[in-house]
Write a protein of this length. Structure first.
Length: 228
């Protein structure tokens, strides 16, 4: 049996659809139809990943994220009809790793699940090497190459890329990136962040105007797409 996935959603049809779709590719699927039941299941079953709806009958899904994050760091994907930027940003700031809007394509959801379940490619664990297309980032040696040629980065460009590479395939909000890379006093400086993201794209992307590696989640933040 593959990874264990907990689906927290009050719609029986959605749970059945996900159970069949995920089961077909070898995942073990657990289900909960309320926030409280989902929190209990996350504690008892220790799933490898959680798929969470925000519109639950007993509590708001945002509070479920906060509660789960008090004790677990497993990947968490929000699956919700709420398409507003404010809901997305709040969920990600509370600790969600990704956000998919209903109605959704099962192929896209499965791709995002695979990305989040992929063994760690960065940080202190694993090889310390992150790859995406022609880009290779060696976090331990602080070396970046594109098409096997060295890429020179400024200190700030490296700090930004290093932080994102330590969270591959995760949506990172503007606020979170600014806080971690520039400090709490700069959490509103989104224009400043945009300048550095564009600089990195000029150095890392084959087509900076159509980025495939450092991608934008409009109004929310950025994601480093790895392993492709």
């Amino acid at each position: 049996m593959g990874a264990k996935i907990l689906v927290i959603d009050d719609e029986a049809q959605i749970r059945k659809f996900l159970r069949i779709s995920m089961g077909a590719v070898g995942y073990e699927v657990l289900e909960a139809e309320t926030g409280a039941a989902g929190i209990d299941a996350s504690l008892a079953a220790r799933p490898d990943l959680v798929v969470l709806d925000l519109g639950l009958p007993d509590m708001d899904g945002q509070d479920v994220i906060t509660t789960i994050r008090q004790s677990h760091r497993m990947p968490l994907i929000v699956l919700s009809v709420r398409a507003g930027e404010a809901d997305k940003v709040e969920a990600l700031d509370r600790g969600a790793n990704d956000y998919v809007v209903k109605p959704f394509g099962v192929a896209e959801l499965m791709a995002r699940i695979r990305a989040l379940l992929r063994p760690s490619q960065g940080g202190s664990e694993g090889s310390g090497v992150v790859t995406g297309g022609p880009v290779r980032i060696d976090l331990k040696r602080r070396i970046v190459t594109r098409h096997d040629e060295d890429v020179h980065l400024s200190k700030r460009e490296w700090d930004l890329l290093d932080f994102m590479a330590r969270h591959p395939d995760h949506v990172l909000t503007h606020k979170l990136i600014l806080k971690e890379v520039w400090g709490p006093a700069h959490v509103e400086d989104t224009a400043y962040l945009r300048v550095y993201v564009n600089q990195l794209r000029q150095k890392l992307e084959d087509d900076p105007a159509s980025p495939k590696f450092l991608v934008t989640d409009p109004g929310v933040g950025y994601r480093l797409k790895c392993g492709e």
